[in-house]
Write a protein that binds this ligand. Sequence first.
Ligand code: SAM
Length: 389
Amino acid sequence: MKYLADLGSDLELSLAELITVYPDLRIEFLGKNYVILSAEKWDYKEAIHRLAGTRRIGKLIFEGKNFEEFKLENFVNFNELPEKINYSINTYGVNFEKTKKFRKKVVNEIKKQGIKLFLKKPSYQKGTVLSPSDYYNKKVHIELNLVKTNKGFSVFLTECVFNHKEYEKRDKEMPVQRYSQAISIRLARMMINLSSAKKNDVILDPFCGVGTILSEAVLMGLNVIGTDISFDCVSDARRNLEFITDNNRKKFNVLRSDAKIIAQTFYENKLSKVDAIISEPYMGPLMREPLTYTEIMVLKKKLESLYKEFIFSAVKILKQYGRIVFITPVFIMKNKKKVSINMHSIIKNMDLRVVNPLLSVIKNFEMPFYYKRPDHRIGRNIWILEKFK
Ligand SMILES: C[S@@+](CC[C@H](N)C(=O)[O-])C[C@H]1O[C@@H](n2cnc3c(N)ncnc32)[C@H](O)[C@@H]1O
């Protein structure tokens, strides 16, 4: 069976997450914001919950040049539909105007069943694909995805769509929120997935803040240890974890520690080595204005020294082949030039290597993943490191 996975705007990051969690999927074709996959069997309904970077998954229902042979009734049970339905046609690498013939065929087939139908278009004017929030807000019943391929066109019927509302609800329910410091739940989940941690593994966030990564990890069936230098953060993270685990103390442990001496803290508290370390560390003071070149250089040096000391200590409490999924800041100067942290020089002479999950998938792709939202003042580089000894 062939599937379409819509990977949204963070193609590389989302693809890496997808193939890390589902390594048996075969990649048939990689587009600008989507991938066509094949597998004997894939629990895609579980996948849309597990993954944070995949926006929708569709099943192949047609492949070819001539739409004459295409019949929706073979895939959709019209008896189960209401009298009026909303439908959408997403296009991937195809000009919407060129889909007229196809749309006409689909519309006629549905109308013949006595069903009235309304086309829903993306709110974002230039968009060719409904966003997940559009999909849910516009109450779409049938969604078809048209992809241009070397065989002509492929049509995928949407089976499941990423539900952003689940994330928003979780975010709002947390007893302590601190948006200025916390990363998004979505990014937290992607990082956890990239760490390859499995159910019941123990993960550590040594700059845990209010515990966004830890809370998400607990929901994914992991056991978590969090540390932070700030007493307030330790108590806030504890409150969030008590809430999310129903006060199950076996699932979490939050301590105060400077990340630079994390191995010593583990030793003093008789803690065992962890399976993975996942963290967004301290990246400098909150900025109202872009920093000057000199300010960035001073901060960069300070952060490089913090990260180096931390990673040096962290390797000692990480199991062999365990991963560190770690964010480093990318400062953007007034002239738009970017200044980033050199991870390769930080981990030089340590038993760590940089993992590139896309090595055999995207030619010339080099780690790290770059992540930036329009409302963020700084960008983020996401690294995957693996302890090889
Ligand atoms: C960006 S926040 C972490 C956000 C967190 N990942 C979350 O999603 O909630 C950085 C955290 O690092 C902590 N911090 C700063 N310096 C530290 C150090 N040397 N050791 C441990 N924690 C530190 C700060 O108190 C702050 O809570």
